[in-house]
Design a protein around this ligand. Structure first.
Ligand code: IPD
Ligand code: CA
Ligand code: CA
Length: 258
C-alpha cells in the first residue's frame, strides 16, 4: 500500500510541477485574496486541479485539504494536505523560490510528504521512519550547536490586521544578535532547507497546515526538531512553528520567549 501511496504522491507533485514550469515567467491571471499582497494566480488553481485529479484517480475515497479549494471531506483515515504553490508571491514575480508541497496523513499522523521546487530541480521526500531525501540523497540537519553562529530563516504574514501577535520583536532580537536571518518567501522550502542543513533554524507565526505538513515530516526524518513556541509537541494545525536542527532549539526558544 505505501508504495502505491508514494507513487501517487510523486506523480501528483510532478503533475503540479509541469504546470508551474509551463507558466513561469509567462502571462497568467493574478488576484489578491484577503489582503492586497496575499496572492492567488490561475496557476495555483491549475496546479491544484492537476494534483487533486491525480490523487482522486487512485484514491477517490481519501480526504483532501488543499489551500484554494479547502476541505473535500470523506470518512477516510487518509488525508492529503496540499499547497499547489508555496511561494505564490515569488512565483508571480518570476522569483524561482517556490514549490509544491503535499503531505499525507494517516490516522492523524504524517505518513509521507514531498516538496518540489521544479526551478532548482530539488525534490524533497520523507516517509515516517524511513529518513528524508533530496533527489535520493539522504538528508541530515546541520551539526551546529551554537546559536551565535547559526544561519536562520523566517517568514512574515501578509495579513497583519488579522494576526494576534507582532512578529517583529522576535525578529529584532535575533538580528540584534548579529545573526544572518533570511526570508525566502516559501515556508515549505524554509523547512526543507533546515532539513538539508543549509539553515540551522526556522520560525514563523501563523502558518497553515498546507505550508508545513510535508516539511514537518522531512525535518523530523532528517533528525531535526519541530515544536511550538512553548517547546511543546507539534501539530501542523497549530499556528506557531519552530523547526531546528535540534541542537539550537532550546537557545532559539529562549530568545523567542524573552
Ligand atoms: C506563504 C509562504 C510564505 C509565508 C506565508 C505563507 P503561499 O504561502 O509560505 O513564506 O511567510 O505565511 O502564506 O501563500 O505562498 O502559499
Ligand atoms: Ca503556502
Ligand atoms: Ca499556496
Amino acid at each position: 500500500m505505501n508504495e502505491l501511496l508514494k507513487n501517487t504522491l510523486l506523480r501528483a507533485i510532478h503533475a503540479g510541477a509541469e504546470i508551474l514550469r509551463h507558466y513561469f515567467e509567462g502571462t497568467f491571471e493574478v488576484h489578491s485574496k484577503d489582503t492586497l499582497n496575499n496572492l492567488v494566480t490561475e496557476v495555483d488553481k491549475k496546479s491544484e486541479d492537476a494534483i487533486i485529479d491525480l490523487i482522486r484517480s487512485e484514491f477517490p475515497e481519501h480526504f483532501i485539504l488543499s489551500e484554494e479549494v479547502g476541505e473535500m471531506s470523506t470518512a477516510s483515515n487518509y488525508k492529503w494536505i496540499i499547497d499547489p504553490i508555496d511561494g505564490t508571491v515569488n512565483f508571480a514575480h518570476g522569483i524561482p523560490i517556490c514549490c509544491i508541497s503535499i503531505g499525507l496523513e494517516q490516522d492523524g499522523q504524517m505518513l509521507m510528504g514531498a516538496v518540489f521546487n521544479p526551478f532548482m530541480n530539488e525534490l524533497f521526500f520523507a516517509e515516517k521512519g524511513k529518513g528524508a531525501f533530496l533527489n535520493n540523497r539522504k538528508l541530515s540537519v546541520s551539526s551546529n550547536d551554537q546559536l551565535e553562529s547559526a544561519c536562520l530563516v523566517t517568514g512574515f504574514p501578509y495579513k497583519w490586521a488579522q494576526i494576534e501577535i507582532d512578529p517583529i520583536p522576535v525578529f529584532e532580537r535575533f538580528i540584534r544578535k548579529g545573526l544572518p536571518v533570511r526570508r525566502l518567501g516559501s515556508a515549505a522550502i524554509d523547512l526543507c532547507w533546515v532539513a538539508a542543513g543549509r539553515f540551522d533554524g526556522f520560525w514563523e507565526y501563523n502558518l497553515n497546515p498546507w505550508d508545513i505538513a510535508a516539511g514537518y515530516l522531512i525535518i523530523e526524518e532528517a533528525g531535526g526538531r519541530v515544536s511550538n513556541f512553548g517547546g511543546e509537541p507539534y501539530s501542523v494545525y497549530h499556528k506557531e512553528t519552530l523547526a531546528t536542527n535540534g541542537k539550537i532549539h532550546e537557545q532559539m526558544l529562549e530568545v523567542i520567549r524573552q
